[in-house]
Design a protein around this ligand. Sequence first.
Ligand code: BDP
Length: 636
Amino acid sequence: MLKPRSTATRELVNLDGIWRFAVAGTVGPEPWTGPLGTRLEAPVPASYNDLFTDRAIRDHVGWVWYQRQVRVPRGWTGERVVLRVDAATHEGRVYVGDALVAQHVGGYTPFEADITEHVGPGEEFRLTIGVDNELTGVTIPPGTITVAQDGRRKQTYLHDFYNYAGLARSVWLYSTPPVHVDDITVVTGLDGADGTTGTVGYTVGTNVPAAVRVRALDAHGTEVAAGEGANGTLRIDDVTLWRPGAAYLYELVVDILDGDGDGGGGDRVVDTYTEPFGVRTVEVRGTRFLINGEPFYFTGFGKHEDSPVRGKGHDDAYLVHDFQLMEWIGANSFRTSHYPYAEEVMEFADRHGIVVIDETAAVGLNLAVGSGLMGTPPRPTFSEDTFHDDTRAAHAQAIRELIARDKNHPSVVMWCIANEPSSNEKGAREYVEPLVELTRRLDPTRPVTYAAVMFATHDNDLIADLFDVLCVNRYYGWYVATGDLAAAETYLEADLRGWAEKFGKPIMLSEYGADTMPGLHSVWDAPWTEEYQLAYLEANQRAFDRVEALVGEHVWNFADFQTADGIHRVGGNKKGVFTRERHPKAAAHALRRRWTVLGGRKPSPAVRPGDDGRPEHDARHGDGGRPAVPPESGQA
Ligand code: BDP
C-alpha cells in the first residue's frame, strides 16, 4: 500500500489537529448523522486515554467518535479523492456526511477509502471516524471482555503494555488522477563478479492497464537507470549500497503515460509517484545473518510507541529524540515490538541506516503467560474455545497488511510474525505453519522469525524449525533466578547452546531486561536498583559472547512504558534503559561503552576456540550442560 505523497500529479492535505470527540453512549446512536453533541475535543494524532481526567473515558471499552469538517481543495476537479487513516486502534469506521465509506479491523495498519462520489471540489463535508478499542478472541492482539456485577464492561488482555486507543497516527485527504499507480514493489540485489552492480526488480500496479515508465534517481537526483513496462529489472552500475549506519537512498520515479510509452512525441505523464528505495541484500547463511554479504550483529532494543499524555500517539519530536538516543548508545537496530510502528518511523530508519525487525501485533497468543513461569495454561491456547481458525485468519490479515505497507523499506531486514506465541503447546505448529508459508509467499526475500517465550525451550518448542532466525526472549536473573546473576549466566548459556546445537540457525536475544527504578541504589546489586540492571545486562552479555550462533542482543526495553494496572507493575514497566521521559539510567552508559566498540560486529568469543572450531567453555561458568530452568518464579 502506497504512502500518500504529494507529487506533480497528486496533492495531499493533512487533517491532523483538534477534532470533536465523544465516547459512545454520551451521544446519539448514529452520531455521524450530525454535529457531535459534545464539549470534548481531542488531538489527532494521539491516543485518547490519558488526555482527560475522567476515569470513565480512560477505562471505556467500545466505540469513541472523532469528528471535524474538511474542505476539498477547489482545484481537484476531475481528480480521484481518497481519505486515508494511518491507524485506528483497533477498529475504525469512516463516515463522509451520512455515508459509511470505510471499515477496518487492525489497529496498527492504514486503510483508505475512495470518496470521490461523496464530495465535490471546493465543498466542505463532515468527517466522522468511529474507533473501537475492543480486543477479543478474533482480534490481533487478542483480549477478553467481561461484564462486572455493576454492568461495566472490562477489557483484559495477555500483553503487559497499556491498551491505548484512538487515532494515534495521521489522517489524510489526497488526490490522484483517475488513472493511477496503486502499488509498487521493489526488490534489490547485487550482481556482477565484483558485486558493484545493483539490480532493482520492480512491479507496478495500476488501477487499469496503462503504459508505465520507471526511472531510478540517485541521491543527487541524477538518473542512473530507466525502464518501461509494469515490471522489469533495472541495473545500477557502481551502486552505492544501503548499509547499516550508512544509509543511501535512491528514488524510483514511476510514471503512467497516456501514449504508447515509447517516449516518443505525444506521451504525457498522467500520474507520477516517487518511491524511495535502498539497494541491499539480506541473507541467512548457516548461523550468520548477512546484510550485503557481511555478518551483521544486532545491538539495540525492543521498543514501544509510548510517551506521557499522548500514549501511542505518533510524535516527530520523540521520533527524532529516540533515534538520537539510539545513535548515542550505539544501537544499530530495533524491533517494532509488539505491532507495526508509524510509517514515519520506518522512513526515518531508512534514511538513517537503522536496521528494523518488523513485527505484527500478534502478541499474547499464549494462555500460559500469567499463570506462572512453569505454569500449565488454565485452558489450552489453541482450541475451538480459545484461539482457532478465525484468530488465525485475523493474524494472516495482519501479516498481509504489514508486508503490503513495509515491503519496500530497506531498513526492514526480517519479519517477526508473533511475539511469544505458546510455541511449546499442542496445536502451535498447526496454527503457525500456514502463517509462515503465507509470509514467505508474500515476501520471499526476507528471513522470518518469531520471538520465543521463556518457557519454550529447544526441547519442547514445536515451531522453531519453520523459521530462519530464532529470536528468544529470556529473563534469567529477573523472572528466573531473581537476584542470582551467577546462576542466571549459567542457565542462559546452557539454554542458548541448546538451541544452537539442535537447530544450527542464527539465534538472537530479542528480549532480556530487568525492571529498574531510577534513583534506587544498592551496593549489593539488589533487584530494582540501577546497579542491578547494569550487572544483569553484563551477566547476560558474558553468556552471549560465548555462544557462536548469537547474532544479536536487544535489551527489553528502550524506555519505561505504560502498562495495564496490576501488582507486578509500579507506574508501568520499568525495564527501560531510559525512563519514560528518555533520561538515561546507569546501564545506558555501560551499554554505550559496549555497543560503540562492537559497531555491529559480533564480539570475539571470550575463550579460545576449541579443537572442533567451537569456543571452549569457560570453566567459571559450568560445564555447558543444560540445567533445568528452576521453578522458582512466576512471570508477569
Ligand atoms: C515479555 C514480553 C514483553 C513484556 C516483558 C516483561 O514479550 O512484552 O513487557 O516480558 O515482562 O514476556 O517486561
